[in-house]
Design a protein around this ligand. Structure first.
Ligand SMILES: Cc1cc2nc3c(=O)[nH]c(=O)nc-3n(C[C@H](O)[C@H](O)[C@H](O)COP(=O)(O)OP(=O)(O)OC[C@H]3O[C@@H](n4cnc5c(N)ncnc54)[C@H](O)[C@@H]3O)c2cc1C
Length: 472
């Protein structure tokens, strides 16, 4: 089946309205049935009782609501979320590169919330995990027996000096981690592709959702300028805050080769400090860690300590794609639900057990998705795997049993390397490749056209019709 046939059939299915039968038909048609099977957890039912409140109705919150409604005989589920719309955020990259139209990536939230779930359209201001109470912005206090904490993450625009959410796009400084930002990026990218100049692309030093997104927009920009025959007018540079381009070795080799083949430079250990949008300058700190030996005055013993060397740098740009630092939402930190020590403490990611996804202090709270403090990538592919086992573990808690389901850290990041090709990175906590799609006849350490078909045509309906309905 070629791209166009697939697209036409998908459009027909969308028009017909997608239910479970249509969804399974679509998956079968594209050979994706194995993708739809997220775990060994079979459908079951439980008569466990208790009031469940879900904070945040994005990828994780709605999928959890769907599973709980399916598996509990008498579900009592309340969702708190202020959003009118449900966004398929992986589509933001495709808006920014002209593949999707903006209206392709959202649906009304009320159409996504499973029937029977009570929706409080509000924002959470605080949680009191000792009293089992939630304070909302305008609807007062909501009590719970069990809490599902899935508010996603907070983008800290203010940590990039000279930039705010409102000024995003000014001075040709863009960011696709925002719906409006993705739209502006596409307009700017087309202009840049015509005029040429210097394009700078950056990531950030905190954990951020879809670590591949800054690389995708960089490589798509490169390919776009080739398609426009303006590649020779453009210089492209990628600055990463990390000490390597990608941390899953199986895929890194090819990714580095691609950057080299395309003549896009990679600079390591650079963090964006600020942007001067009127002068089109981006300010970096180069942060290097060196080991030093320190002598104890009394014992004379030498011990090794790590020292940070920070060197400021400034670069001029014509087109900039930057990634702001990200963290757990403030209310998570303020409510004492985040890690207080270790690598995940600075951004207050929720302190959960990395296998059961149950809070380490409060065992009536499960947390998953971007907000969870676990050492894996923050992607909706990861969420899809987390949901069934988090729901099962929550039900075990409600039944007074030990939770037994264990998450292995599976996450996936389809890195679009050009229009028509994707390097489909799938891995676990140990950063070992963990392919879940039925593409084992291909070398998945290389970019593939079929992975592009999956990314552009399959994953979006799988999100809206499969995952959010508890089928995938
Ligand atoms: C540009 C971009 C590209 C991406 N590409 C990919 C990709 O290719 N593949 C992939 O798998 N993933 C990708 N992702 C990541 C993916 O979208 C996220 O990992 C996923 O959406 C996380 O789900 P979540 O439910 O944790 O958070 P979200 O989906 O962000 O949902 C959070 C919800 O919580 C609500 N909320 C927030 N604060 C509060 C509050 N105080 N009170 C109540 N509700 C609140 C919000 O309104 C929202 O509905 C990408 C993301 C972006 C931005």
């Amino acid at each position: 089946m070629n791209n166009n046939e697939l697209k036409e059939r998908l459009e027909l299915l969308e028009k017909a309205g997608m239910d479970r039968r249509h969804f399974l038909k679509l998956m079968g048609m594209t050979g994706m049935l194995t993708v739809a099977g997220t775990s060994q957890i079979k459908a079951f039912s439980s008569n466990a009782k208790g009031k469940i409140v879900i904070i945040g109705g994005g990828a994780a919150g709605i999928s959890m609501a769907a599973r709980l409604m399916n598996w509990l005989d008498e579900p009592d589920v309340t969702l708190i979320d202020p959003s009118e719309l449900q966004y398929y955020q992986p589509g933001f990259t495709l808006i920014a590169s002209g593949v999707y139209q903006p209206e392709d990536v959202y649906k009304k939230q009320e159409a996504c919330i499973p029937s029977g779930v009570k929706w409080i359209k509000d924002s959470v201001a605080a949680v009191d995990p000792v009293k089992n109470e939630i304070r909302t912005q305008t609807n007062g206090v909501v009590a719970y027996d069990f809490l599902v904490l899935t508010p996603g993450l907070q983008i800290n625009w203010n940590l990039v000096e000279g930039m705010t959410h409102e000024t995003l796009g000014q001075g040709n400084a863009h960011c696709i981690y925002d719906f409006e930002g993705a739209k502006r990026t596409w307009a700017a990218l087309q202009e840049f592709g015509e005029k040429g100049g210097r394009g700078i692309f950056t990531d950030t030093y905190t954990k951020h959702k879809c670590g591949g997104a800054p690389k995708k927009i960089c490589l798509l920009t490169e390919h776009y300028t080739r398609q426009q025959n303006t590649r020779d007018k453009v210089k492209l540079d990628y600055f990463t805050a990390a000490h390597e381009l990608y941390d899953v070795k199986y895929y890194t080799t090819r990714l580095e080769e691609i950057y080299k083949e395309r003549n896009v430079s990679i600079t390591l250990n650079y963090r964006v400090k600020g942007i001067d949008t009127s002068a089109k300058k981006v300010f970096f700190n180069k942060v290097e860690k060196v080991e030093k030996e320190v002598k104890d005055e009394q014992t004379g013993k030498l011990t090794k300590v790590e020292e940070k060397i920070v060197t400021p740098y400034t670069e001029d740009y014509d087109f900039l794609h930057f990634t702001p630092p990200m963290s757990a939402p403030d209310f998570v930190r303020d409510s004492g639900l985040g890690w207080t020590e270790g690598k995940l403490a600075a951004e207050a990611w929720v302190m959960v057990d990395k296998e059961t996804l149950i809070h380490k202090t409060y065992n009536n709270i499960v947390s998953l998705g971007d907000v969870a403090g676990i050492p894996t990538s923050k992607t909706s592919a990861a969420v899809r795997m987390q949901v069934p086992l988090a729901a099962k573990n929550l039900i075990s808690l409600m039944e007074g049993k030990e939770p037994v389901e264990k998450y292995d850290g599976y996450a996936a990041c389809p890195i679009i390397t050009e229009y028509g090709k994707v390097l489909l990175c799938e891995f676990d906590y140990d950063k070992n490749p963990k392919p879940s799609v039925p593409f084992n006849f291909m070398d998945m350490s290389q970019e593939q056209w079929l992975a592009w078909v999956l990314k552009v045509y399959i994953l979006k309906p799988m999100y809206f019709y499969g995952m959010l309905n508890g089928y995938a």
